[in-house]
Design a binder for this molecule. Structure first.
Ligand code: NDP
Length: 334
């Protein structure tokens, strides 16, 4: 009988987690009850928000309990179904676990058609990160032709799509990413006008030089030192969709905030958002981005790690930028 390997949250981190915050155990493969479906994981999504779920404190998502399995978006093959809507062999996407098998409420799953797009894209460009980029850019950033649009974590699934959408909308687009390879990809493959390496000593000066007309939209994925360099460059009536603050997710104490005088004098609109509140925009996102993919107007990249056992180390790499593209773990062959 096959076993279900799964990672549990063993300890709550103070600062940057390490692999020993997770524990790999073996449990029996779950059986579905009425209205449930069991999947064999093919791909597991690793995302920055999971760091917040490792904390006990109140946030927009409830924490993972100590000793409970780590949660994740998964793409899986149905291996047992107690719901008439799903049959064995269906390929599906939905919330699951860092595990070989997950049991799901049938209503939480969407069926994928592998003839339309590779199933792993349901975790990236055609899934939650893509949806996030779409909402933040179109609904909050609202780039107009000729405006300067800057996005951080620009080589990742959210940032690279946000910039490419802004480009389609006619903006001049500047990425911020870590290292020359990522910056080259952002410009040469994704078609951004420029990309600045945030690890360079003269990062703030280089960013200012790349934005001679200031910044009209800053799509924020990072916070920390990157936000500090962006802040004085924001123009009158600039918009700042605050999507993520990954540079601050391992902080043990809150940082002092930015000088709000600039926000007031320049009438800047800064808006935090959580993609889960924008389910009504999923259909428009999916239609537009599928179309842009088909017509080759946007590019995407996946960073695939082999083997469930490597999930913790791969996850920790999100905080040093060792992923280059949407981070997924291939847990079993398609
Ligand atoms: P990525 O795959 O881009 O991974 C994160 C990247 O952030 C790293 O590869 C690294 O890229 C960069 N990074 C990490 N630490 C730092 C640091 N200290 N300073 C500067 N850059 C850093 O992630 P996603 O595209 O999946 O997510 C991007 C952001 O969007 C995250 O903050 C995430 O939490 C947020 N998000 C928010 C959602 C919402 O609903 N609001 C939904 C989904 C994502 P590099 O090498 O270029 O530095």
């Amino acid at each position: 009988m096959d076993k279900n390997r799964q990672f549990l949250l063993r300890k709550r981190p103070e600062g940057l987690p390490t692999p020993d915050h997770f524990e790999l155990i073996e449990a029996p493969v779950p059986e579905p009850r009425s209205g449930e479906v069991v999947t064999r994981t093919l791909y597991l999504s690793l995302d920055p928000y999971m760091r917040g779920r490792m904390n006990a404190g109140k946030s927009y998502a409830r924490p993972v309990e100590l000793g409970a399995p780590m949660e994740a978006g998964v793409v899986g093959r149905v291996v047992a179904s107690a719901d008439p809507g799903f049959k064995i062999g269906d390929i599906v996407n939905g919330p699951g676990y860092w595990a070989d098998y997950s049991v799901h409420k049938a209503a939480s799953l969407r069926k994928l058609d592998p003839s339309l797009a590779p199933p792993s894209t349901a975790l990236g460009i055609l899934g939650m990160p893509g949806h996030t980029a779409y909402v933040g850019t179109i609904d909050i950033g609202k780039p107009k032709p000729g405006e300067t649009f800057v996005v951080s974590a620009a080589a990742g699934p959210v940032g690279s799509l946000a910039g490419q959408i802004a480009k389609i909308k006619g903006a001049r687009v500047i990425g911020i990413a870590g290292g020359p390879d990522k910056c080259r990809y952002v410009v040469d493959e994704c078609g951004f006008d420029d990309c600045i390496d945030h690890r360079m000593a003269d990062f703030a000066e280089a960013l200012a030089a790349a934005c001679p007309d200031g910044i009209d939209i800053y799509y924020e994925n990072v916070g920390g030192a990157v936000l500090q360099a962006v802040w004085p460059l924001l123009n009158r009536h600039a918009r700042v969709p605050v999507c993520g603050l990954i540079a601050e997710y391992n902080d043990v104490a809150p940082r002092p905030g930015p000088n709000l005088r600039n926000l007031l004098s320049n009438r800047i609109l800064m808006q935090g958002f959580i993609v889960g509140d924008h389910a009504e925009r999923f259909a428009a996102f999916f239609a537009d981005v599928s179309n842009w993919l088909r017509t080759d107007r946007i590019k995407y990249r996946e960073h695939t790690v082999e083997g469930l056992e490597n999930a913790p180390e791969a996850f920790l790499g999100l905080f040093s930028g060792s992923n280059f593209g949407k981070l997924v773990v291939r847990v079993a062959a398609e």
